[in-house]
Design a binder for this molecule. Structure first.
Ligand code: HEC
Ligand code: HEC
Length: 207
């Protein structure tokens, strides 16, 4: 299937989700309980979810439903990561909802793009690369990198560039395979390392 067929299938699904045609079970999390549970996470993700380690992801301001899904994927091993899998194994579904509610309520810290990479990064993010078949990130992740919670498009703005690069490489290598319809695997598969580094730098300063 080519990428456009995949994308149109995906957009139909997203339209159904946004019209609430599919049932989504979603128990609300409790921000205060989530903050209490987050003491285990502080060493790596920082108190407010804005980690200062460039290789680890910021969680602050991410959509709650995306955080829930990713934590469930670590817990059941579908997103294999040697650090996060054992950590999530101990948390119940309610704990996961609470943790997600807490991090979603925090404010994302924004970084700065590398001036030497910003032109290429911006071009890829906002316009894609037609010759390489890379769609514009803006189509799903939005003009300010805030994504679209109902459609399942995560927040990217302010994310640490080393982490963004690693995720794009993981999608490309198919070592992260939990993306619906292989959307991100297909897109990252068309990017070379320079494209990934440039767009990751642009995203760091995007808001
Ligand atoms: C020892 C360090 C460490 C600790 C402690 C830790 N994490 Fe993580 N976390 C990571 C790393 C590294 C990743 C990136 C994993 C990957 O590349 O797939 C990550 C990824 C995540 C993600 C996915 C983010 C994304 O944008 O894809 C979530 C959600 C998450 N962690 C939540 C938590 C929560 C909640 C806790 C505490 C209960 C926690 N983590 C504790 C290191 C840690
Ligand atoms: C057709 C919609 C679509 C387009 C276009 C798109 N993405 Fe995504 N992106 C997604 C979805 C859906 C996910 C969640 C995938 C998953 O569940 O693993 C995602 C996840 C990501 C993640 C992982 C975030 C995290 O914290 O776990 C990164 C990084 C990313 N996209 C970067 C990009 C970049 C860079 C571009 C442009 C070159 C782009 N995306 C274009 C839909 C899209």
């Amino acid at each position: 299937m080519n990428i456009f067929a995949k994308l149109s299938g995906y957009f139909v699904l997203c339209a159904m989700l946004s019209l609430n045609l599919l049932p989504i079970a979603h128990a609300a999390g409790d921000v205060n309980r989530g903050q209490q549970l987050s003491t285990t996470c502080i060493a790596c993700h920082n108190e407010d979810g804005n980690t200062t380690n460039p290789q680890w992801p910021k969680l602050a301001g991410q959509h709650a439903s995306y955080l829930v899904t990713q934590m469930q994927l670590f817990k059941n091993g579908e997103r294999p990561n040697p650090i996060m899998m054992p950590i999530m194994a101990n948390f119940s579904e309610q704990h996961i909802e609470d943790l997600a509610a807490f991090y979603a309520s925090q404010k994302t810290s924004i970084g700065t793009a590398n001036p030497e990479l910003v032109d290429r990064g911006k071009q890829l993010y906002r316009g894609g690369d037609i010759a390489k078949g890379i769609p514009a990130c803006i189509a799903c992740h939005g003009p300010d990198g805030r994504g679209n919670e109902q459609a399942g498009f995560p927040v990217l703005s302010g994310q640490n560039p080393d982490f963004t690069l690693e995720e794009l490489e993981d999608y490309k290598a198919s070592s992260r395979t939990s993306d619906l319809y292989g959307i991100m695997r297909t897109i990252a598969g068309r990017m070379d390392k320079e494209d990934m580094v440039a767009v990751a730098s642009y995203i760091h300063g995007l808001h």
